[in-house]
Design a protein around this ligand. Structure first.
Ligand code: PA5
Length: 413
């Protein structure tokens, strides 16, 4: 993973002022001495997985019941590397009857393992779906149904933990201080990924390697981009757009939206409503869509592009082209065309003064994905430092949850 700064940001990043160095120093001190929940608990529990797997019954599908940070991380990896899985993963993260019905009609429950994941253990979607799936498992497996469900939740508190303890269900824990959107590199993401054949150790290796590079002050681009991005944010650049030219990173974009939006959209100490709105578009598809707005719309966006350099899959267009109008495509490969499309987009944006960076991979591998996840965590938490807000809470989400519980008549609300 290499970060290439576009012309506008490249000039700015070199203005590495004393202020920037001071803030980076403070951040590194905190990271090295205390750590953050996502750095302290990275890879927790992974050593036990093989033993757990060996006593599980045969299954072909995993049904994950979870929402937000309890599901999006797994989905992002599953969508980025479909070829590295030997089981199918289905995610139910909604109360919409159409979607529930669709899943139940698609997946063969007799060949499935259900994993119910919730940090708080009280999330309504997950609680409701867990009860529904237990009913289905009982119908399918009779007395043996308990072998078919697994719980991942807080070790001590929450409705799901209580329920799991009372019934002696199979379960794993989420460290109490680790919030949902920071949990993909814990049991939350790693356990279902491991069970479905994904090389979780490579993912962890990349994340740990990037973390170490940052801790040892070997890599500083995350700080440079953090500063540049906030410099523009203060000038009214309220949108951070991600545009992978690697379609299978689209769900990474959705995961990032949750991370950035829920961590940084806050009311600060002065009572101001702050935050930069994250969005995702996909190249080259959206070159025929939102890119017009990126180019000529309001000057309020900083953009991050993603590119995979590998031309391992070589698909050439027809060698003999009779029609003159198409002769420019003679002998071209689709990879060459994709590269040129991205280069064209970047050049036009730079000409029009839109700040951007490009994240390049020689090849998108689990290890590179691990680095990208750690880059995203550190960028978020460093940005929170610059904005002077807490990136680990979500009072706005909690407020909505409380209103909902009250309306549903949950005890204590
Ligand atoms: O990042 C977060 O904390 C949230 O998005 C949660 O992941 C989401 O609300 C689901 O919560 P829980 O894992 O408690 O069910």
């Amino acid at each position: 993973m290499k970060i290439v700064f576009g012309k506008i940001l490249d000039e700015l990043r070199h203005k590495n002022t004393a202020d920037c160095r001071l803030l980076r120093g403070e951040f590194l001190l905190k990271l090295n001495v205390e750590g953050f929940p996502f750095s302290k608990h990275i890879g927790n529990g992974v050593k036990k997985y093989e033993e757990i797997k060996s006593v599980l019954p045969y299954f072909e599908n995993i049904i994950i019941l979870g929402i937000g940070g309890s599901a999006l991380g797994t989905k992002m990896i599953y969508d980025a590397f479909p070829h590295l899985f030997n089981k199918k993963i289905y995610i139910l993260d909604t109360t919409e009857p159409y979607e529930i019905d669709k899943l139940l009609n698609t997946v063969d429950i007799a060949k499935s393992l259900v994993i119910s994941i919730s940090k708080s253990g009280s999330t309504i979607e997950t609680a409701g779906l867990t009860l529904l799936l237990i009913k289905r498992l009982k119908n399918e497996f009779g007395d043996l149904w308990k072998n078919r469900i697994f719980f991942i939740t807080d070790p001590m508190s929450g409705d799901l933990r209580e329920y799991s303890n009372e019934n002696d269900f199979n379960s794993l824990s989420i460290p109490p201080e680790l919030g949902g959107r920071y949990s993909v590199l814990s049991n939350v993401g790693l356990f279902p990924l491991y069970l479905s054949g994904f090389p979780v150790m490579e993912l962890l290796e990349g994340a740990i390697e990037y973390l170490d590079d940052i801790k040892n002050d070997i890599v500083i681009d995350v700080f440079e981009f953090g500063h540049c991005n906030m410099y523009f944010y203060e000038k009214g650049y309220n949108i951070l757009g991600l545009m992978p030219y690697v379609k299978r990173l689209k769900t990474f974009g959705e995961w990032f939206i949750q991370l950035w939006g829920e961590s940084l959209g806050k009311i600060n100490k002065k009572g101001e409503h702050i935050g930069q709105t994250p969005i995702v578009a996909v190249g080259p598809t959206d070159q025929h869509s939102i890119i017009q707005l990126f180019n000529e719309g309001p000057k309020d966006k900083v953009l991050i592009f993603f590119e995979e350099l590998s031309d391992e899959i070589n698909i050439n267009i027809e060698e003999k082209i009779d029609k003159k109008a198409f002769s420019y495509l003679h002998n071209k490969s689709f990879k060459e065309i994709l590269d040129i499309e991205l280069a064209g987009t970047l050049e036009s944006l730079s000409d029009l003064g839109v700040p951007n960076i490009l994240i390049q991979y020689d090849k998108l591998t689990p290890k590179e994905m691990g680095r990208t996840i750690m880059f995203s965590y550190l960028l978020t938490v460093f940005t929170a430092k610059l904005l002077e807000i807490d990136p680990f809470d979500q009072p706005g989400v909690e407020k909505g949850k409380k209103i909902m519980y009250k309306k549903l008549g949950k005890e204590g609300y």
